[in-house]
Design a protein around this ligand. Sequence first.
Ligand SMILES: NC(=O)c1ccc[n+]([C@@H]2O[C@H](COP(=O)([O-])OP(=O)(O)OC[C@H]3O[C@@H](n4cnc5c(N)ncnc54)[C@H](OP(=O)(O)O)[C@@H]3O)[C@@H](O)[C@H]2O)c1
Length: 250
Amino acid sequence: MSRCWLTGASSGIGAVLALRLLEQGHQVALGARRAESLANLAARFPGQVLLAIGDVDQPEQVALIASQIEQAWGSLDLVILNAGTCEYLEPGQFDPALIERVIRTNLIGTSHCLAAALPLLRRGQRPHLVVMGSSVSWFALPRAGAYGASKAALRYLVESLRLDLARENIDVTLVNPGFVDTPLTRRNDFPMPQLWSAERAAGYIAARLPRRPLEITFPAAFTLLLRLLGALPARWRLKLGLRLARQPQG
Ligand SMILES: NC(=O)c1ccc[n+]([C@@H]2O[C@H](COP(=O)([O-])OP(=O)(O)OC[C@H]3O[C@@H](n4cnc5c(N)ncnc54)[C@H](OP(=O)(O)O)[C@@H]3O)[C@@H](O)[C@H]2O)c1
């Protein structure tokens, strides 16, 4: 049984992952801004849940959560930084404020959580850090500049941090999902090949976490295709990307 902090536990992949971890008997600090569904889980698993309510964009809220975890448990064995958001850039309407919002949550918010979690992980049992990336980071898709940039940056951050943390015996896993059916993707108005349910995605992640792989990637065929496309010369990537692109509105 480990003591875990899971961010983004109020919906989608994180909500099902929270349930799986609690069913496995772990103690879990459940993070999100919306408290309601987290309180329901706390009632279902008495003594196992710590409510970690707050906005990852706000460093003082993240620091408060970490101090609450420290007071309750003293340390952490597993940290899963899953909270994230997605917005798409519309062609012809480049919007740096949108980019700032997405980067602030996905990259900077994750970094606030890292800063708060690492001192607790260093005191944990066989510490394991898990960060939610995306398979989009392998191949640039139209309109996905903000989201893709945030996840590509997370990939680099995680791979670099893994080198720095190796000396401290902190294992680091990057998760690269394809499309998963969640409130985040239900807003998408384009085809999502090989869409997995949140139950399937969370089950796949939960089953692999104990092995501490460097990466957890699914679905196999779709993510392999994105990797192969991403390795093509730039001109071919442009040609393929343009076939997926949308014309400017108006
Ligand atoms: N669904 C996919 O196809 C897919 C594919 C690849 C990667 N991912 C990644 O998987 C992760 C989970 O996504 P999901 O699809 O499960 O989406 P989701 O259902 O929208 O869940 C996002 C979670 O993040 C939390 N969150 C968002 N902004 C936050 C903030 N500023 N502070 C604290 N918590 C915040 C949300 O909680 P509150 O709103 O209550 O704060 C929610 O619990 C994300 O990192 C996403 O990028 C998803």
